[in-house]
Design a protein around this ligand. Structure first.
Ligand code: SF4
Length: 369
């Protein structure tokens, strides 16, 4: 199996006229089923339909974990392996590391000059996360400016779409607002730089609203399915809750973990009938099991025809089936670090090329080229 780029180094995915898509993931460690179903699973499908750029948002990891950066490199390698194991194919998409594309940071600084502070302060996750992560001092510019760095990440690639689940659609809105503001302030200046004089106010207003003035196009949200995926304790599956099942989880560990998963609390004894609709185990069945197994588990639960251990065993079978090809690919890439490094290198080069084009247009528009 060889998953490198073509001999010319050109990504076949970027040669067509397909709409561009961009998304990234903060490398916080090995990916779990929640990360997979919430993002990576969709990305793997999107790479067949769109010109896709997917990145490791390693600088974003600094915004909350600046005090201890010892794990960032290892986490980045793990997430890259999981990207490839999960099915991202460098022949179909561009995979890169944010830290390898300096244009992200320059655009962040340039955009910081036009971004009202209040826009950043009102981002809902700013206050929420500060509340949730009280043990960390997040009264930093890096944390406040995180949505702006995210906007720079997106706008550099001029994507048509940013794939997100329903609950994150609002996160793309600030990017759209920043793009709109940028275009309104500098949109006409690009034409001036090209030689047209616009001293007349009315003409300038006309220019600002014309499509030709758009330097940073506003991306649209591409809503992707993001099924409810509870962790072992019934709360949302999340590394910070310690309730995850990793994509790279070995089968015996996975089975053991699922055995201990919480169930319908009303089903205390084996003889008590249960309600699958309130059971987190059944939520996972909905995602991973076949229609037959789901029907059998539901009926068996309601009639006390099966015990929870048997039900969890069926679930484990389905999850293991899903993970076998992923883990096979991971083993392959773990054994071929040079190939992984060259995939990232080629992706970084393509990302730099694309990002630098936009950055140059921005510099010209702002008069700082
Ligand atoms: S039988 Fe299955 S669905 Fe019903 S409570 Fe037990 S684990 Fe949950």
């Amino acid at each position: 199996m060889t998953l490198s780029t073509t001999e010319s180094g050109q990504n076949p995915a970027s040669t067509g006229e397909r709409p561009r898509v961009l998304s990234g993931m903060r490398p916080t460690g090995k990916l779990h089923l929640g990360n997979y179903m919430g993002a990576l699973y969709n990305w793997v499908k999107l790479q067949h339909e769109y010109e896709c750029y997917f990145f490791l948002a390693d600088y974003h990891a600094l915004t909350t974990d600046y005090a201890d950066t010892s794990k960032i490199k290892e986490n980045r390698s793990d997430v890259l392996l999981d990207f490839l194991a999960g099915g991202l194919d460098p022949k179909l998409c561009t995979i890169f590391a944010q830290s390898a594309v300096p244009a992200h940071f320059e655009l962040h600084v340039l955009l910081s000059n036009i971004t009202p502070l209040s826009w950043l302060e009102r981002v809902p996750s700013y206050k929420d996360q500060q509340e949730q992560l009280r043990e960390k001092d997040l009264a930093t510019y890096g944390f406040l400016g995180y949505p702006l760095l995210q906007s720079a990440d997106i706008l550099l690639y001029k994507p048509k779409y940013v794939p997100v689940g329903q609950d994150q659609a609002a996160h793309v809105e600030i990017t759209r607002e920043i793009a709109r503001r940028f275009n309104h302030i500098y949109g006409a200046r690009e034409d001036q730089a090209l030689g047209s004089a616009h001293s007349d106010k009315e003409k300038l207003a006309e220019e600002l609203s014309s499509p030709a003035s758009i330097i940073l196009p506003e991306p649209d949200v591409l809503l992707t399915p993001s099924p409810k995926l509870p962790g072992l304790d019934g709360r949302k599956m999340s590394k910070s809750y310690g309730n995850t099942i990793l994509l790279s989880e070995e089968e015996p560990v996975l089975r053991q973990k699922l055995k201990g998963m919480v169930t319908d609390p009303a089903r205390v004894r084996r003889t008590d009938p249960g309600n699958p609709e309130v059971c987190p185990v059944f939520d996972l069945h909905k995602v991973f099991s076949s229609e037959e197994v789901k029907a059998e588990a539901s009926e068996g639960c309601r009639t006390a025809g099966i015990g929870c251990i048997q039900c969890k065993g069926w679930l484990a079978d389905a999850v293991v089936r899903e993970l076998v090809p992923i883990q096979e690919r991971r083993r392959y890439f773990e054994a071929n670090p040079d190939e992984v490094a060259s995939i990232l290198q080629a992706g970084n080069a393509r990302a730099n090329e694309r990002a630098n084009q936009t950055l140059q247009e921005v510099r010209v528009a702002m008069g700082v080229d």
